[in-house]
Design a protein around this ligand. Structure first.
Ligand SMILES: [Zn+2]
Length: 248
């Protein structure tokens, strides 16, 4: 599946789940873009992928390391264990950023912001890049947004009843949407990797899609875009309408 469809499916997953998460307008916007980025995150196991080229040789080298550790392309990062580990990484980065012992008088040292900041910068920039937003300035835009979100602590907002912060919810939803997307294609995903290499698919073999062929470009992409538009309208439409009616 193409990068922009993975990003769209991530954004769609967050917009669809938003009512369950009780997010504010800013959190909805931030979460939708972050989950678009998380939608391409599992392909960090492929040095030639969209996300691996986000910050040039830096992310390229990192992708080579991920490829080695995860067993190759479409292996560990496309499994249930990989999704759980990516989510746990986001939870850990958030916990370090928040720092249980930190107070207003004794805040965390600045380096506690680095892991969460790197994840935010990667997801925002990869999301913009995959969705062709901002062109060459998409990365700068992503970095600026990451700095703002980090400064305001928006990524730490606990948006589920299990006290999971926004960033971790985005990573989990985006990675799951990615795996589901690849399960529509001929290759499928090794959900139980490394226990089993069996590749699970969601469609019967004759109707599975081929990446970047007509079915993806003319059926999957428009459906994802329409679905995203529908859920965003459902999430913010009534508020916008009410705002207009109650306006000055
Ligand atoms: Zn993939």
């Amino acid at each position: 599946m193409l990068g922009h469809d993975h990003a769209l499916s991530g954004a769609l997953a967050f917009a669809a789940a938003a009512p369950l998460l009780h997010v504010s307008g800013a959190q909805l916007a931030v979460g939708t873009v972050l989950t678009a980025g998380a939608g391409v995150l599992p392909d960090l196991d492929e040095p030639g992928s969209t996300i691996a080229r986000t910050f040039g040789f830096l992310t390229g080298a990192f992708a080579r390391i991920v490829n080695l550790i995860s067993g190759g392309h479409r292996k560990g990062t496309h499994s249930l264990l990989g999704t759980a580990l990516l989510t746990a990484g986001a939870v850990a980065a958030g916990a370090w950023q928040a720092g249980a012992a930190a107070t207003r008088e004794h805040p965390n040292p600045w380096w506690h912001l680095i892991p969460a900041g790197l994840i935010l910068a990667l997801l925002f920039s990869a999301g913009f890049r995959a969705l062709y937003i901002g062109g060459h300035h998409g990365d700068l835009f992503g970095l600026a947004l990451a700095a703002l979100v980090l400064y305001r602590g928006w990524d730490l907002a606990e948006v589920t009843s299990w006290h999971v912060p926004l960033l971790a919810v985005c990573v989990a939803l985006g990675a799951l949407a990615h795996v589901a997307g690849d399960m529509l294609t001929h290759d499928g995903c090794p959900l139980l990797y490394p226990l089993s290499r069996y590749e699970f698919g969601l469609l019967p073999e004759p109707v599975r899609i081929t990446t970047n062929k007509l079915a993806e470009r003319w059926v999957i992409s428009p459906l994802l875009l329409a679905g995203l538009a529908y859920f965003v309208y459902r999430d913010v439409g009534p508020a916008v309408t009410a705002g207009h009616l109650a306006g000055p």
